[in-house]
Design a protein. Structure first.
Length: 689
């Protein structure tokens, strides 16, 4: 293929500033990425690896930077602007990128040079991390074992993409409603907008309405539709997503992962995965059982209370519906609160909190120069003392036809002295409620939490003080610590001054009623047992599959149902429940043998927030307390947010908190801490000590 390097016709190759989204075309992916692969391989072949940081870590970073930048853009677009054409181009180039990066990761001259590098501090962490990655990447394999390992790696990459595409396609499933009784105004408007594609006459009041399996559509339907038979249809469609398409893929993924671990000398894939994390298998099991001892009995009580409220034994598709009725009975109507959470107001409050705690200012930049991939996308700069230090894109709304579900932060530009990138740039992607019925985006409280969560990730990427790219921002952080800043940010939503800085009616400007705030605090603990048990079940299922699964004795879905019966108060709906077939976190993303990380990091995030509570968080109208809170906020910024992967997360946490975390704050925040006066806090241990 002829090289197109330097061609002005391929926007993927223009990397002097931000991606040229308005000019990136699918037809550019194959020639552009091919040229960058050729460029990287040429640069690498000319390197003479020596046992210095500059001749190993930095040399490789410089040689691969342009490829990784462009491939990151392509991967991002594949997640937020998916099409059959882009899928095909991505699928064509993915094995070539994997092959090239695998070859680089298995370079014995590079590995031998790395092993001889003597550094301290952040650079030592970068060297150690790269050496570990190369060992886990098969650098020590030879002959047939190496060939098998590399072939497996290629196949796993393709399977992950296929899995994700199948879930995306299954989520597009639609149900036309002629009766939307119970559906709130905002959800009716969204359902009517979707119906107009095939039914131009559709209106929010008269219908017809279309509901789908993406959360902004599915969840309001399950919470509010009065027709139980429709809820049953929706529920079965949701839990069965991609069940047929992904069943065989999952077995193959697990078997290939097991074999990869075996080739590297590990007993299980979980052992291999956890070798690069804070926790070991014993620690993960210990955490799950410690939390389950509180959560599972509470979850069973939650279900009994809900059935007593409903006056009958509940089916699976009744739980969300009656939970919402029970929540309303407590005085909290999530739909009624939407007008107080307009997106622009939520952003204003979020940016105000960031300024108060961390001393930086966030400003929208909409001068028309910044190019975006969809009209909904917005761009913001982050400033400190009027100097721009970072930026981020925000893609806030659900687009089930082209955008995968969930919410995530990803790297657009990483900070690195070696490749002269001073200002980190993030992608913040959510799937919130879009504007509908002539109204702006009116968010649920859970959507607000999601936005705060992703901003926490973004802040750790953007506020890094580390110049070595391999350990700057979120790079080099043990995976079970990456959720710390994201979950930490969520805690501020029940801090009254923070919430009231933005919780105003989008039309009248009236603040959120006082009784609504009190009820929000109360409802935070509503069904906390069920919610925690659910997360424990997901984490335990992940570990079971990667540490103990034997497909000769049980099928995947039999394992799923066994674990769910152990932790969940309501047994799964058999044989319809195919949850695993859409569990993208562990089959398509980076959470395999790591889903426990949400709870592991949540212990740290709750304990970190307790530092603010101990300083008098609720009294920050007092100038002295406000100064103290800023002091703690800056300490959090200068440790957790600034140090990235330059130090072990346990050491970073101690620098912030002065002690290891305990589970006490998490259980207290969840309303699950039922200690008597003789019991002491239960320590949160890890293999790192």
């Amino acid at each position: 293929m002829a090289s197109v390097l330097g061609s002005s016709n391929n926007a993927l190759l223009e990397q002097e500033s931000l991606p040229k989204f308005s000019r990136i075309e699918v037809s550019q992916v194959v020639p552009g990425v091919s040229s960058l692969l050729e460029e990287m391989e040429g640069k690498v072949s000319g390197l003479e690896f020596k046992p210095t940081y500059e001749d190993t870590v930095e040399a490789v970073e410089k040689a691969s930077a342009r490829l990784f930048y462009a491939w990151g853009v392509v991967g991002h677009l594949n997640g937020v602007n998916n099409s059959e054409e882009l899928r095909a181009a991505f699928a064509e180039m993915q094995p070539k990128v994997v092959e090239a990066t695998t070859k680089l990761g298995q370079s014995k001259p590079l590995f031998e040079a790395l092993e001889g590098v003597e550094e301290t501090g952040a650079r030592k962490r970068a060297v150690d991390m790269n050496s570990r990655q190369m060992r886990l990447g098969g650098v020590g394999l030879e002959g047939a074992a190496k060939q098998e390992f590399n072939a497996n790696k290629m196949r796993l990459s393709k399977l992950a993409t296929d899995f994700s595409n199948n879930v995306l396609d299954a989520t597009k499933w639609e149900l036309v409603l002629e009766d939307a009784s119970g559906l709130p105004e905002s959800a009716r408007a969204l359902a009517a907008e979707r119906a107009k594609k095939k039914h131009p006459e559709a209106t929010a009041d008269a219908g017809p309405w279309v509901v789908s399996l993406d959360i902004p559509s599915y969840l309001p339907a399950m919470k509010h539709l009065q027709d139980e038979s429709v809820r049953e249809t929706l529920y079965k469609a949701y839990i069965g997503r991609a069940g047929a398409q992904n069943a065989e893929l999952m077995d193959e993924i697990l078997e290939l992962r097991r074999r990869q671990a075996e080739l590297l000398g590990f007993e299980t894939f979980a052992d291999m995965s956890l070798s690069a994390k804070m926790a070991d298998l014993e620690g993960v099991d210990e955490l799950h059982e410690l939390l389950a001892s509180k959560a599972v009995p509470a979850a069973k009580r939650d279900l009994r209370d809900l059935e007593a409220f409903a006056g009958r034994e509940l089916k699976h598709w009744d739980v969300a519906y009656y939970s919402e009725r029970m929540r309303e009975d407590m005085g909290v109507d999530e739909e009624a609160l939407r007008p107080y959470f307009a997106l622009d107001g939520v952003l204003e409050g979020l940016f105000g909190l960031i300024e108060r705690l961390f001393g930086v200012v966030v400003m929208e930049e909409n001068d028309g120069i910044i190019e975006v991939w969809h009209p909904d996308v917005r761009f913001f700069g982050v400033y400190e003392k009027e100097k721009k230090i970072a930026a981020f894109y925000l893609d806030p709304y659900s687009r089930p036809e082209t955008k995968r579900s969930g919410a995530w932060m990803d790297v657009c530009v990483g900070k690195s002295k070696a490749v002269e990138r001073e200002h980190p740039v993030a992608y913040l992607t959510c799937n919130g409620s879009p504007p509908a019925g002539g109204k702006p985006s009116l968010m649920t409280f859970s959507e607000v939490e999601t936005l705060y969560h992703e901003m926490g990730h973004g802040l750790q990427h953007m506020l890094t003080k580390v110049d070595d790219g391999e350990v700057a921002g979120i790079n080099g952080i043990e995976w079970d610590a990456v959720e710390l800043p994201s979950q930490f940010m969520e805690n501020f939503l029940l801090h009254k001054p923070t919430l009231y800085s933005f919780a105003k009616h989008y039309e009248t400007g009236e603040p959120l009623p006082e009784d609504a705030f009190a009820k929000l605090k109360k409802v935070k603990k509503f069904q906390a047992g069920m919610m925690m048990a659910r997360q424990i079940a997901f984490g335990a299922l992940d570990i079971e599959l990667h540490a103990r699964y034997d497909n000769n004795n049980e099928s995947l879905f039999e394992v799923q149902n066994r674990i769910f019966k152990k932790y969940l108060p309501m047994a799964p709906l058999e044989p319809d429940d195919k949850f695993l077939a859409s569990f993208s976190h562990i089959f398509a993303l980076s959470y395999s043998s790591a889903y426990y990380s949400y709870k592991w990091a949540e212990v740290m995030s709750a304990d970190a927030f307790a530092a603010f509570e101990e300083a008098g968080l609720d009294d920050d109208d007092d100038d002295d307390d406000a100064d103290l809170l800023r002091e703690i906020g800056m300490r959090f910024r200068n440790t957790v947010l600034a140090l990235g992967g330059s130090e072990h997360p346990a050491d970073v946490y101690r620098k912030f908190r002065g002690k290891p975390p305990t589970v006490d704050a998490l259980l207290r925040h969840s309303g699950l801490l039922l200690l008597d006066d003789t019991e002491e806090e239960e320590s949160f241990s890890s293999s790192s000590g």
